[in-house]
Design a protein. Structure first.
Lengths: 371, 474
C-alpha cells in the first residue's frame, strides 16, 4: 500500500509545482503582455491620427484582419478612449465610414465566447453613433449574442442597443429575455433606458404597450424609467393598470412610487384607497402609498395620513409621519393626532424632533421613501 | 495478540492515509479552482465584463462593539469615508464598560433621540439611541444592555432602515470600494441572500493618514514583521480565500466571516436573526439561512466576493491567537452539532454532504484525528512497528506539498489584486509558509483540541483580545 500512496503524493506535488510554475509564468508573462498591448495601442493611435487626416495607413481588409483579434480590439478601444477628448468626432466618423466592416466584425464575434461578445458590444455601446432603426442588421447581430449569454454580455448588448437608438431592437431584447426567464436587475434596466439615444418617450410607450410579454423585472425597470421622464404621460395608463389589473407585488410598488414624483390630481383618490387598504390586509402597498401621498398636500390627505399613524404596520406609521412633515404640517398640529396610541406618539415625536436632513442626507430621505 | 495489534495498526494506517489523501485533494482543488476564478475575474475586468453603474442598493452597516474605545473611532471614520452612494452606519455598543460610546458621542457631537425601533427580532433592552447631526452619512449609536455579539447585531437589524445590511467587526476597516464590490452579486442574481467578503490582515497595510481620496485608501503592502501575524496572512489566503472560492462553486459556503458579510434583511429576520447563545454566530447564521431556505423550498444563493476586501487585525501574540482560535473552534462545534440534521440529507444537497463533511472532518475533528495520529505514531515507534524513514519522508512530502499550495494561493492573490511586494517579502513568505506547514499546524491542533476539551468550561466565554489603533498595528 505504501508505494502507491507515495506515488500519489509525488503526483500531487508534481501538479502543485506545475500550478505554481503556471502562476509564476502568468505573472512574468503579464509584464510582457502589458508591454505588447501598449505597443498595440500606440499603433492604433497612429492609425486613428492618419485616419483623421484623411490618409489612413490601413485599408479595410487590414482593419478587419486586426480587429478580429480580441487583443487588437482592446487596443483599438484604448486608442479611441485616448482620442475621445482631443478628437470627439473620431469615433463617430470611424464607425460611419466603416459600417460594413463593423457588421462583418459583429458576425466574427458571434462565433466567439460570451465574454468576447460582451466586449464587442461594449465597444459598440461606447462609440457607435445613434442610427435608430436603420441600425437593424447590426442590432440583429447583437441580439443573436443573447443566445448563450451571461449577465455581463446581456448588459453590454442592451447598452449597445440603447446606443444604437433602435426601439424595435430594445423591445425584441426585452421580450426575448423575458421569454427565456432571464433576470436582469430593474435598476440596470431603468438606468440603461435613460441612455437610449432615440426617442425615449416613444420607446417607453412602445414597451408599455407590450408589457404583458415582459417579466416582472422588466416591467419594474420600465416603470422606473417612465418615472424619470419629465412629463406625466404615463399617469393615466398607470392609474388604470393599478386599479384594474392583477399585478406582481414589485410592479405595484413601482407604480405607486411613480405617483410620488408625478403628482396628478386624479391619482390621489387611488392612493388614499390604497393607504386605507391597510385595514383590508394589503399593508405592503399602503407603505408605498403613505410615502407617495406626501406630494398631495391638502386637508383630505392630511387627515388620511393622520389616521394612518395608527396603522398596525410600523412602516406605514413611519412613512405617514414623514409625509406629514414633508407636507409642512407642524408639530403643534399633529401632536394631538396620536391620541392614546403610544406607537403613533413615539413615531411622530421622533420624526418631528429630527431636524430636516442635511444636504448629504437628502438622497437618503428619497431612498427611504422607496425602500 | 500481536497479530490483532498489527491488524488494528493496519486499519489505522489505512484510515490516516485515506484522510490525508482526501485533504490533499481538497486543498489542491480549492487552490486550482481559486486560481481559475481569480484569473477569470481578472480577464473579465480587462474586457469590461462588469456591471458598473450609478445604481445603489441602500445598505445599513452594523458595527457591534464591546469595549472597543481604542479602535472604534478609526473604524467609524473609515466607514463614513466609503465610496458608496447610499448607506447608513449603526454602531451598537453592547454594554461596554469602557468609553466606547463616549468617544463617538464626543467626536461626532451626537445627541440622544427618541427613535422608535421596530423589534423584528428579540434583543436585549436598548437604553439609548444617539444620532450624529452633521455627518455625510447617517450615523446612529445604540447603547444597549450587554447580550453578546449576536444580540447586538439583532438590535442593529431592528434599528436599520435599509433592506440589506453589512456586519463588520469594530476592529476592522473596510476598503474604500468594498461596499460597491459586495453588492455586485445582488445585481447579477435576485436570489442572493448573503455575500461574504474577503478578510485580509490589517497589519499588512499602511494607511494613508491624510492622503488624497480619503483617509483609508491603502498606501503600501508589506508582510508584517511579527511572525504570528505573517503566518496568519498565509493561512488566510490558503484557507479562507481558496477554500471559500471552491465551496462557492456549488453554493456550499457554510460560513461568512462576522468581520465582513452582507445579508438580505427580510430573509435573516424570517429565519430568526442571529443566535445569541453561541460563540460562532456568523457561521450559525449562514447554516440557519441554508436550513431556512432549503426547508421552505426558496430559491437562494449565498455568494463569496473576493474583490470586496475588509482589513481585520489579526492577533499578534500567542495568548490572543489562542483565545481567538479557541472561540472559533467552540463556535464551529456548536454550529456543527446544532445543524447535524443537515448531514447527508438529500434536501440539503451539497451543503449537507460535501460542505458539512469538510467542516466536520477537516475543521472540527481534525485536531483529534491529527493528535491521535501522532499518538499512534509514537506508540508504533515504541513497539518497533514504525518505519521511521517512510514516516519522515511522508511527513516532509506532505509539508512541502501544503507549502507549495499555500505559496501558490498567496501569489495568486498578490497578482490578481495588483499588489506589489518586495523580493524580501517573497522570500519571507516562502519561509513562513514552510514553517507554518511543518511546525505550526501542531500548535493550531493543540489550541483546537484544548477548545474541545474545555468546551463545557469555555462555551460562553468570548475572551478579550488586545486592540491597538490601526496606525500602530504594524
Amino acid at each position: 500500500m505504501r508505494l502507491p500512496v507515495r506515488a500519489v503524493i509525488y503526483f500531487y506535488i508534481f501538479i502543485c509545482v506545475v500550478l505554481l510554475l503556471f502562476n509564476l509564468l502568468y505573472i512574468f508573462r503579464s509584464g510582457s503582455v502589458k508591454r505588447r498591448q501598449k505597443r498595440r495601442v500606440h499603433r492604433w493611435e497612429t492609425y486613428l491620427d492618419s485616419f483623421l487626416e484623411g490618409r489612413p495607413v490601413w485599408d479595410s481588409g487590414e482593419l478587419l484582419r486586426r480587429l478580429k483579434d480580441t487583443e487588437e480590439l482592446i487596443a483599438f478601444y484604448a486608442a479611441m478612449e485616448s482620442r475621445k477628448d482631443t478628437h470627439p468626432e473620431a469615433a463617430a466618423r470611424f464607425f460611419q465610414e466603416n459600417r460594413p466592416l463593423v457588421l462583418e466584425l459583429a458576425g466574427v464575434y458571434q462565433k466567439k465566447d460570451a465574454m468576447e461578445q460582451a466586449f464587442f458590444a461594449y465597444v459598440i455601446a461606447s462609440f457607435y453613433p445613434s442610427v435608430g432603426d436603420k441600425g437593424g442588421p447590426l442590432a440583429e447581430q447583437l441580439l443573436s449574442y443573447l443566445e448563450g449569454s451571461t449577465v455581463y454580455s446581456r448588459e453590454n448588448v442592451l447598452n449597445a442597443l440603447y446606443a444604437l437608438g433602435s426601439a424595435q431592437s430594445v423591445e425584441h431584447s426585452f421580450v426575448l429575455m423575458s421569454q427565456r426567464g432571464w433576470y436582469h436587475d430593474p435598476r440596470l434596466l431603468s438606468d440603461g433606458l435613460t441612455r437610449f439615444q432615440g426617442d425615449q418617450d416613444a420607446l417607453a410607450h412602445r414597451l408599455w404597450k407590450n408589457r404583458r410579454q415582459l417579466s416582472e423585472c422588466f416591467q419594474v425597470g420600465l416603470i422606473r424609467f417612465a418615472d424619470t421622464l419629465s412629463d406625466d404621460s404615463f399617469a393615466e395608463y398607470f392609474l388604470k393598470t393599478l386599479e384594474t389589473e392583477q399585478l406582481p407585488a414589485e410592479t405595484r410598488f413601482a407604480l405607486v412610487r411613480y405617483f410620488r414624483r408625478h403628482a396628478v390630481p386624479h391619482a390621489k383618490p387611488v392612493l388614499l384607497r390604497l393607504l386605507r387598504g391597510d385595514a383590508e390586509g394589503k399593508r405592503d402597498i399602503s407603505i408605498a402609498a403613505a410615502a407617495s401621498l406626501a406630494s398631495y398636500p391638502d386637508s383630505e390627505t392630511r387627515q388620511a395620513l393622520k389616521d394612518a399613524l395608527h396603522s398596525q404596520n410600523w412602516y406605514v406609521r413611519q412613512n405617514a409621519a414623514r409625509s406629514l412633515k414633508a407636507m409642512g404640517v407642524t408639530w403643534e398640529e399633529v401632536q394631538n393626532s396620536s391620541g392614546k396610541d403610544r406607537y403613533a406618539a413615539d413615531m411622530l415625536k421622533y420624526i418631528f424632533e429630527v431636524p430636516s436632513a442635511a444636504a448629504g442626507q437628502k438622497k437618503e430621505r428619497e431612498a427611504l421613501a422607496a425602500v | 495478540m500481536s497479530e490483532v495489534v498489527f491488524q488494528i495498526l493496519r486499519w489505522v494506517e489505512a484510515f490516516f492515509l485515506f484522510y490525508l489523501l482526501l485533504y490533499a485533494s481538497y486543498l489542491f482543488l480549492s487552490v486550482a479552482m481559486g486560481a481559475w476564478r481569480l484569473y477569470h475575474q481578472d480577464r473579465m475586468r480587462a474586457i469590461k465584463n462588469e456591471l458598473k453603474h450609478d445604481f445603489y442598493f441602500p445598505v445599513s452597516v452594523l458595527v457591534p462593539a464591546h469595549d472597543e474605545e481604542v479602535t472604534i473611532l478609526d473604524n467609524v471614520k473609515s466607514l463614513l469615508d466609503l465610496d458608496y452612494q447610499l448607506y447608513e452606519v449603526i454602531v451598537i455598543d453592547d454594554g461596554s464598560s469602557d468609553e466606547t460610546s463616549q468617544v463617538l458621542i464626543d467626536y461626532f457631537h451626537m445627541r440622544e433621540v427618541s427613535r422608535p425601533i421596530r423589534l423584528s427580532i428579540p434583543c436585549k433592552s436598548i437604553e439609548a439611541v444617539y444620532e450624529a447631526p452633521d455627518t455625510r452619512v447617517r450615523l446612529t449609536l445604540l447603547r444597549k444592555e450587554n447580550g453578546g455579539k449576536g444580540d447586538a447585531l439583532n438590535a442593529g437589524i431592528n434599528a436599520s432602515q435599509y433592506p440589506y445590511f453589512v456586519c463588520i467587526d469594530a476592529d476592522s476597516v473596510l476598503q474604500w470600494d468594498s461596499l460597491e464590490r459586495i453588492v455586485q452579486p445582488l445585481l447579477e442574481d435576485d436570489n442572493v441572500v448573503a455575500v461574504g467578503g474577503l478578510i485580509r490582515v490589517a497589519q499588512c497595510i499602511k494607511f494613508n493618514p491624510d492622503g488624497e481620496g480619503g483617509a483609508h485608501r491603502e498606501l503600501s503592502y508589506h508582510l508584517p514583521w511579527n511572525f504570528l501575524t505573517s503566518m496568519q496572512v498565509m493561512e488566510y489566503d490558503r484557507s479562507f480565500l481558496a477554500s471559500r472560492i471552491l465551496l462557492d462553486g456549488f453554493n456550499g459556503n457554510l460560513i461568512i466571516s462576522g468581520a465582513f458579510g452582507l445579508f438580505k434583511k427580510s430573509v435573516v429576520i424570517a429565519a430568526g436573526g442571529y443566535a445569541t447563545n453561541v460563540l460562532g454566530e456568523d457561521m450559525e447564521l449562514v447554516a440557519k439561512l441554508h436550513a431556512y431556505c432549503r426547508s421552505n423550498m426558496e430559491r437562494y444563493s449565498i455568494r463569496y466576493e473576493p474583490n470586496a476586501v475588509c482589513w481585520s487585525q489579526a492577533p499578534s501574540t500567542l495568548p490572543d491567537l489562542f483565545r481567538q482560535r479557541r472561540r472559533w473552534h467552540i463556535g464551529l462545534f456548536q454550529c456543527i452539532t446544532q445543524y447535524r440534521f443537515m448531514f447527508l440529507k438529500s434536501r440539503f444537497g451539497m451543503v449537507g454532504t460535501i460542505s458539512y463533511l469538510y467542516y466536520l472532518l477537516y475543521e472540527l475533528y481534525s485536531p483529534i484525528i491529527e493528535v491521535a495520529g501522532l499518538a499512534v505514531t509514537v506508540a508504533a515507534a515504541l513497539v518497533g512497528l514504525l518505519n521511521a524513514k517512510f514516516m519522515f519522508q511522508f511527513y516532509l512530502l506532505f509539508a512541502i506539498y501544503s507549502s507549495i499550495l499555500t505559496i501558490t494561493a498567496f501569489f495568486q492573490r498578490i497578482y490578481t489584486q495588483n499588489i506589489h511586494i518586495s523580493r524580501q517579502d517573497v522570500l519571507r513568505a516562502c519561509i513562513i509558509c514552510l514553517i507554518e506547514n511543518i511546525f505550526f499546524r501542531f500548535v493550531f491542533d493543540f489550541i483546537r483540541l484544548s477548545a474541545l476539551i474545555g468546551y463545557q468550561k469555555n462555551k460562553g466565554i468570548w475572551g478579550t483580545i488586545k486592540r491597538v489603533r490601526h496606525s500602530e498595528a504594524r
